[in-house]
Design a protein around this ligand. Structure first.
Ligand SMILES: [Zn+2]
Length: 104
């Protein structure tokens, strides 16, 4: 799974000093939140744990977007972007695209 969080306020103004989306990782399969580097700017929780809101989900051509909430303080902190699953899974795609022969 590939995901990132763009930190912004409700007016869409970027709130991240870096200005770059932050990488979001699923710590384990089935986990309810994504781990994002840095702190929550509202409650200072570290690491920042983020969950998306299904009700706000919208679809783009290559990804899904949803309002990102801090798992700890429940405040909206930006937008969660989840890239669509690749055809065979990331590792498989990589292998396929590079044409490395498979060994059985
Ligand atoms: Zn928080």
């Amino acid at each position: 799974m590939k995901a990132e969080v763009l930190m912004h306020n409700r007016h869409g103004e970027n709130m991240d000093p870096n200005g770059e989306p932050r990488k979001a990782e699923l710590p384990w399969q089935g986990c309810e939140w994504l781990k994002v580097e840095g702190k929550c700017r509202k409650c200072n929780a570290e690491p920042l744990r983020v969950k998306g809101d299904k009700r706000t989900q919208t679809e783009g051509p290559d990804a899904l977007f949803a309002v990102a909430y801090c798992f700890d303080c429940n405040q909206p902190i930006g937008t969660l972007k989840v890239f669509r699953q690749t055809i065979f899974g990331e590792e498989e795609d990589e292998r396929v695209l590079r044409g490395r022969p498979r060994v059985y």
